[in-house]
Design a protein around this ligand. Structure first.
Ligand code: RP5
Length: 167
């Protein structure tokens, strides 16, 4: 068992509200598939700004290696965290009732140069989890092997679906 898959949280999944969890849980599930330790919490940029800054400032020192941040609407959480942590931040635009998540997407993706956020698709929390696993896999041979195997299986499943249609 490596440092990354030993249970200790190395990925921080945070979101602006517990109402984001139905979207964000897919990131947690992806990490669980690869045995990557994570923590999940609500850290609102607007409703608890001091705690949000504290979370970002302390994340690397606590042993986190990647942050996945999801928010909807005026989705400032990923960008604000990226401004106070040296860790890679993956942003998940959470779709809300209005605007189909375009507000969330644009709030997260249009970062100024110098403060990167790796933004996934609207509602794309699963890919956020997989991207975090890929980042961690660059430092972990077992995780890299598991990611390669995952990709092989993904291809096999797609081919099987095509074969079923052709049959
Ligand atoms: C955002 O406001 C949150 O990320 C959430 O997507 C949205 C709505 O929050 P609630 O009013 O449901 O708590 O900051």
């Amino acid at each position: 068992m490596s440092e990354l898959t030993g249970g200790r949280p190395v990925v921080g999944i945070v979101m602006g509200s517990d109402s984001d969890w139905p979207t964000m849980r897919a990131a947690a599930e992806a990490l669980e598939e690869f045995g990557v330790g994570y923590e999940a919490d609500v850290v609102s940029a607007h409703r608890m700004p001091k705690e949000m800054i504290e979370y970002g400032e302390q994340a690397a020192g606590r042993g986190l290696k990647v942050i996945i941040a999801g928010a909807g609407g005026a989705a400032h959480l990923p960008g604000m965290l990226a401004s106070v942590t040296p860790l890679p931040v993956i942003g998940v635009p959470v779709p809300l009732k209005y605007l189909d998540g375009m507000d969330s997407l644009l709030s997260i993706v249009q970062m100024p140069a110098g403060v990167p956020v790796a933004t996934v698709s609207v509602g794309g929390a699963r890919n956020a989890g997989l991207l975090a696993a890929r980042i961690l896999a660059t430092q972990d041979a077992d995780l890299m092997a598991a990611m390669r195997e995952f990709q092989v299986q993904l291809g096999a499943q797609a081919k099987a679906k095509g074969a079923a249609l052709r049959a």
